[in-house]
Unconditional design. Sequence first.
Length: 946
Amino acid sequence: MVDHRKIQDKWQRKWKKEKIFEVNVDNKKKKFFINIPYPYISGSLHIGHGRVVTETDVYARYLRMQGMNVLYPIAFHISGTPVLGISLAIKNGDQKKIELYKNYVRPYVDENEVDGIVQSFEDPWKIVDFFIPKMIDEFSTLGLGVDWRRSFTSGDIEHQKMVEWQFNKFKEKNYLVRGKYPVLFSKSLDNAVGEDDIADGDTNPVEKQEFTLIKFKFEDSYIMAGTLRPETMFGQTNMWVNPNVVYVKAKVGKENWIVSKECLEKLKYQDKKVEVIEEIKGKDLLGKTCFAPFVEREIMILPSEHCDPSIVTGLVTSVPSDAPFDYIALKELKDSKDMCKKFGLDNEEIKKIKLIPIIKSKGYSDFAAVDAVDRFKIKSLKDSEKLEQATQDVYKAGHHTGVLIETCGKFEGMKVEEAKEAMKKALLKSKKAEIFYETSRKAISRDGGEIIVAILDGQWFLDFNAKGWKKDAKKCLTAMKIQPDKFRKQFEDVFDWLDKRPCARKRGLGTKLPFDKEWIIESLSDSTIYMSLYTIKNKLEEFGIKGDKLKPEFFDYVYNGEGDVNKLSEDLNIDKKELQEIKESFDYWYPSDHRHTFSSHIPNHLSFMIFSHVACFKKNNWPKKISLHGMVMSDGIKMSKSKGNVVTLLELNEKYGADAFRAFLCNTTSVEGTMNWQSSEVERMKKHLEQLFEVLKNMSKERKKGVVKNKAFVSKVERLIQKASLSLENMDLRSYSNVVLYDLLRVYNKVKEDKEIVNDYLFQRWIKLLCPLIPHYAEELWDGKDEFVSISKWPKYDEKKIDDKAEFIENSVENLLSDVQEIKKLAKVENLKKVKIIISPKWKYKFFRNFKKKYEMEKNVGVLIKSLTDKEHGKEISKLIPMLVKSPSKIPKIVLSQKEEFDIYVEKKDFLESELKCVVEIELADKSKEGKAKNAMPSKTAILVE
RNA sequence: GCGCGAGUGCCGGAGUGGUCAAACGGGCUGGACUCAAAAUCCAGUGGCUUAGUGCCUACGCAGGUUCGAAACCUGUCUCGUGCACCA
């Protein structure tokens, strides 16, 4: 048995000791700078992380063996709120989170330390400090050729200084603007929040919803009612108010508004000045009327205990023709004299309220709500689930197929989709409505505070439509290689669509905006040009240059060659030579030659990376290439903590080892495809590698110098080396791995003669070919003159040895053998006595050669027959051509001459006799007396068995 | 809803105008080896047919373009994914 763990550890240790992946400026070698998005630290790494780093590594290893100076670094991202969220959860005694993190920590430390370490995570930096070394270790177990000297985190001062430089640049170029912006906001934290700060925010996301608050004139005030469907306002029949709720009348701006107390509270956060005037009991409003816009008349205020004061204003306008809820509520009132009496309402008046049809949509009458209520057999407001469903159905049908009818005045004929916007606009313009934001569900932050929507003033935005920016970004994109290119369009679409994007927030780890220290640069915006830091990080370390010296002028000089180095040296108190060497390092390594990433990063990270580069760097340092990989599934479903199917790198290493994973990953799916992790398949790959290892080990033992006589075999091997190289060139890791894991093995297994010479010819080449894929096994088997196969030269294929004819002949002979077997079966011949091989009549060779030539240009059967027929064989030709056109597989790749073919079979006669264990006779059709002889075709002999 | 991607045999998945009944891998069936098993090797694995290279049916569904389509176009269904302040 092969002990992959031992092998793996051994070679990883040696690589590290000999520093073979630590690379430096070397002007004699062509450089290649490849990188991946730095992972965010949030517990243990899993096979999703494993995918991107491994694919990159396989490719990087290939380029290295091609003689390039390959830089492959990895850093770590810690910006943003998730780490804070974890700290907060632990601080607040969230047992679930605490357990989760205990589980993350446990594999690395003694059990009795676990509690203490997790406790220490109340300080977010402790999380960072704890996990980063672990992550480096875990990545290393995959056998990556990474230069770890160049690692950093986005919290490091060098990184922050660089980001400050970047944002100063943005500012200079007027790429930043400020404005108002609605955000999810925690009242207790007094801050904007993200998914990670909200309880269950990851599993049940909270969204912001934009409501239109419509003003209903009531005495000296406005009753404010919120709606998501302003397009239904022509169907209003009444106003709903909760009789049990105490509302407030308040001065909002210059107007008096009636809203719930909760709403008034929220309005303060939404950029409104409010001042309470008096309380108004909901039940005091009942039976009165208010003036509704669009329908332009007074509508009655009616009771509904379902109006929730904590949602929007707690007052709702009623459109019973299109809202099942309103219809049922109104119906209940009409049907119940008791209820009317209770609220002091005139039942007869309510009965007079008529539904107003407003929208015609597919599958519904003009009264969609009535239809839906019937369909779902809804009896009362208590059928809340059915009501919800009915509302959704009506809404969906209306939204996609609905058209406003004649009751809607000048909006008649408009689609619901358009009318929604048009009517909202009209209302806002005439000051009959306001915008109000509400959360899509009730939510609390991890410390228990209520989540609301707040409008922040002074929010910083990146303005992608700023003058010239998009143009440059597009220029960069056009010059870039996108692999596979089908993703290019997506980039283009995103570029068009990008507008203003908030780029700073008030919470989280990261870099402060240098010119407005209240704000912290948001975590996607602070990780767009950090690749540049890899090129100089080791130098800063080497020279002991502290991050706080890295003023903007430093980057101006190093990155863009601006400023005077003598003056800069003085100003920053950094040695001039050191500065120059740092710059040299940057100039050597930059730009990024290749970035390999998950395709879902296109609309955000990757696009921002391009925009940021064109904003900050000179054109020659813009990124060159992006390749995209697909997503990762585990057992057919998306990997997620809640489903419990996350496979960590720890577990992976424990059970299967790096090489099995690498081979499985590359061989199981194309780079852009979805990788589906199935442990049974990985297990199989592991076994296959063990077998392959044995084969190769035996190969290495029995070797003898010499010339391989089997031309077809050599041709196939050379061809496979070519294929492997070309596949890798295009980062087609699947095709490459197929060649080195399976194709070569099959070709090798077929050769029977001169094994020792064959072994000698193939062994070292094969090991090299395998090295990018399964470097540990490759090193273990390697016995070449370089110390490591990892840094040896990639095998060159010899194009001259690729011999179509030799392979063709071999195939013909093989086909002959299998044909004999088949005929033997059909003829029910038990023991072969004799096999007669009849070589095609001479005229057919000429005919086939002509046919092949003509066929390249002309596919029409009639035309072909006319141009190729002759008197002597007209009949046969007119039969052959349709057959060949219909199944082109019958056309031989190569047409030999009759003599050549005859000689081949004569030469192979002994071999055939030994294979078939009988007498073999060979004759020319032209001389044969057999009836079948005329059926023979070039490379397809007629066969007779006895 | 809009955008993007995908739908292929028992399964995973190649294949983007003709060497396609479909690579490669797995499974299954039969055979060789073995006391036996595992491993390995060979053969078979849509249907029918035949002393061979023949026919039919198939690549989500329905049409179309073409001498020819799994591949191109149109429509349709299903699934996945993104839709912004979130890394």
